[in-house]
Design a protein around this ligand. Structure first.
Ligand code: 2U9
Length: 356
């Protein structure tokens, strides 16, 4: 019987040495498998003498049960150990903060548009939308800019060639978002206040000009609207936008075909330090004026009953001024380093209408 004893010890040692389920299965097959050692001993049972066979058979079955139990116990222990290892390996410390999902950033242009919309929104302005491709009338004619008017020139317009032979009025890429105000005057009953943010196009491309940029215009049409309303509205806007309560604002007479009188608006800054609101220098920031009566009439609004003021600004320009962005071109180059530097965390509160 000592071969049984040897098999018992050998199997126990092999089970103890089996460090994973693969090694365990090797022991199981080597002992209990079809060609396993115990299986072989059982098969040889027929060869021993009958008087021995009873005792040996009993010892073999008893060993078989014992080894089967030991093998099963080892499997359960290994499985538990592997599960613990996997749990330890895959243990998630739920107290750990989640891995920051790569959050995008708000582009400075979008941020500026949002802030300005919030400030004028608090003043009762609705946001109007128009078309990037416009008719010559909505972009020029209705705005009192006739064919021969020089203002057309400096608008450097992208005209879209009308399909051959079709004598439709030329279509163009709008050079300002004034088409939104024209469409508003045609579709809304006064009084109304409309803000017109959007992309505009001018065939002008150098270090400080891009063929496509963003503008934000606004218009207020009501009864008894005066220059005082224009000045009050724009002063409040500029102080809210730049977050400088005492920001000096200067109105300087100018000329636009679609407003009369017309004014450029400057804000105080210190040219040397570039600091806004300080110093004694002036920085042109936007244009404005009382809506020209012919422009009202061109869009079916009776200038004897209704008046209005309008204004327009370049969004890139005021974004560069507010956030100290030195160069225009990176606004459109999608350089992740620039966006990471100048982009805004989407969850950060906007200036909204703190100042108003
Ligand atoms: C209507 C009537 C009047 C909008 C105005 C300006 C003055 C102006 C420039 C600012 C910087 C364009 O991007 S820019 O170069 N705009 O100075 N815009 S008044 O006046 C209107 C618009 C629509 C119906």
């Amino acid at each position: 019987m000592n071969d049984l004893e040897a098999l018992r010890r050998e199997t126990r040692d092999a089970l103890a040495a089996a460090s994973d389920s693969r090694a365990w299965d090797g022991v199981r097959v080597a002992v209990l498998g079809k060609n396993g050692k115990l299986t072989a001993l059982l098969k040889e049972l027929g060869k021993v003498s009958p008087e021995e066979r009873r005792a040996r058979g009993a010892a073999l079955n008893q060993l078989k049960d014992e080894l089967a139990a030991a093998i099963e116990a080892r499997r359960a222990a290994l499985e538990a150990a592997e599960l613990d290892a996997r749990l330890a390996r895959e243990r998630i410390d739920v107290t750990l903060p989640p891995r920051p999902a790569p959050a995008g950033l708000i582009h400075p242009i979008s941020r500026t548009m949002e802030e300005i919309a919030a400030i004028f929104g608090a003043m009762g302005f609705a946001i109007g939308e128009g078309f990037d491709i416009e008719t010559d009338w909505n972009n020029f004619g209705a705005l009192n800019i006739p064919w021969h008017h020089p203002a057309r020139a400096d608008h450097d317009t992208f005209y879209l060639t009308a399909e051959s032979g079709r004598n439709a009025p030329p279509l163009l890429l709008r050079t300002h978002t004034s088409d939104v105000q024209i469409l508003s005057m045609l579709s809304r009953e006064p009084p109304f206040r409309v803000l017109a943010p959007g992309r505009v196009y001018r065939s002008d491309h150098d270090a400080t000009h891009s063929p496509m940029f963003h503008q934000l215009e606004g218009i207020v049409i009501d009864r008894d609207i005066t220059l005082g309303h224009l000045k009050g509205c724009l002063i409040d806007f500029l102080r809210a936008f730049f977050g400088i309560a005492e920001l000096p604002v200067r109105f300087r007479s100018s000329y636009f075909p679609f407003t009369e009188p017309s004014m450029e608006v400057d804000i105080g800054w210190d040219r040397r330090s570039g600091e806004l609101g300080k110093g004694s220098d002036w920085l042109e920031i936007l244009g404005s004026g009382m809506v020209h009566p012919r422009v009202l009439a061109n869009s079916g609004i009776d200038p004897r009953e209704w008046q209005g003021f309008a204004f327009g600004m370049g969004v890139e320009r005021i974004t560069m001024l507010k956030h100290g962005v030195p160069d225009l071109r990176p606004f459109y180059e999608s350089d992740i380093r620039w966006l990471r530097h100048y982009g805004f965390n989407p969850l950060a509160p906007t200036m909204l209408h703190e100042g108003v």
